[in-house]
Write a protein that binds this ligand. Structure first.
Ligand code: PAF
Length: 280
């Protein structure tokens, strides 16, 4: 498969789709594809007439000192996997196409970006929102597919779409897990065998939270205390956050009396992992 890397070529393609009244699905990725990404591609191929997958490791969503340089780049394998699931159009822009000389505009992300990830990675969601809006505009997609794994990212993109009247709908697809519960992530490949075992405590902790809530525990503080203890006992090296929150605003739920989302971010060795579970 020959990836597209010029905007003109992408526009020729999408002009053709539009003229033929075809719907366009977009699956934005940073590559290092796994079954989680492929599930989004399959969903788009099923729902939409045409699907465009993008692969771009977006520098503006990494802060200095984060893993931008180390982030896995596996283009050959990515293209093979995409061809295998039947994707035909892959856009792989160069950094200079997304951020040409003189580029100076960026999105101030919505309120929901300020908490959780926003506290630990304050510039992250501005970078995500900016590149996602550019990819929406470049692809002229009708629907874009994102994974629930990046729960807060989805909230940010949904709010941006709503607030700025963006003409692309956001479709959220379920988290894909290994058979032992580990949520698929491109960063899992940083883990050695021992760390991978430790990482299972993230999902186990979320399941424990679900069990506590379904058995009647409604005190958010007590639940979070147990969450943190379970993560520490399970061997994580540090915790950025472990919360039970309102699924729309991500404000911490002190008293649980309806649907909530449990979210956590923790380090196993030097690898930062995130996971979440919607409960109720
Ligand atoms: O979720 C990701 O892989 C990235 O944040 C995204 C949406 C492709 C933007 O760079």
């Amino acid at each position: 498969m020959n990836p597209l890397n010029r905007l003109e070529t992408l526009h020729e393609l999408t002009d053709g789709f539009r003229k033929a009244n075809k719907t366009i699905g977009l699956v934005p990725t940073m590559g290092a594809l796994h079954e989680g990404h492929l599930s989004l591609v399959r969903q788009s191929l099923e729902e939409m007439d045409e699907t465009i997958v993008t692969i771009f490791v977006n520098p503006s969503q990494f802060a200095p000192g984060e893993d931008l340089d180390q982030y896995p780049r596996t283009l050959e394998q990515d293209l093979e996997q995409l061809a295998h699931v039947g994707a035909k159009h892959v856009f792989v822009p160069d950094s200079s196409l997304i951020y040409p000389p003189g580029f100076s505009t960026s999105i101030v992300p919505p309120k929901v970006a300020a908490v959780l990830e926003g506290e630990f990675r304050p510039t992250h969601f501005s970078g995500v929102a900016t590149v996602v809006l550019k990819l929406f505009n470049m692809s002229r997609a009708d629907v874009a597919f994102f994974g629930q794994k990046d729960y807060q990212q989805v909230c940010v993109i949904q709010a941006m779409v709503e607030d700025l009247n963006v003409n692309t709908q956001v479709r959220v697809c379920p988290i894909i897990r290994e058979s032992d519960g580990l949520a698929l992530s491109s960063r899992n490949r940083y883990l050695d065998a021992e760390q991978r075992k430790t990482a299972l405590v993230l999902h186990k902790t979320l399941q424990h939270v679900r069990d506590l809530i379904t058995s009647g525990q409604n005190d958010g503080f007590e639940i979070v205390t147990e969450m943190r203890q379970m993560l520490i006992d399970g061997g994580v090296d540090s915790i950025d956050y472990a919360v039970v929150a309102d699924p729309a605003t991500l404000e911490t739920a002190d008293f649980i009396d309806g649907k909530v989302v449990a979210l956590l971010a923790a380090y196993v060795g030097k690898t930062r992992l995130i996971d979440n579970l919607i409960i109720g």
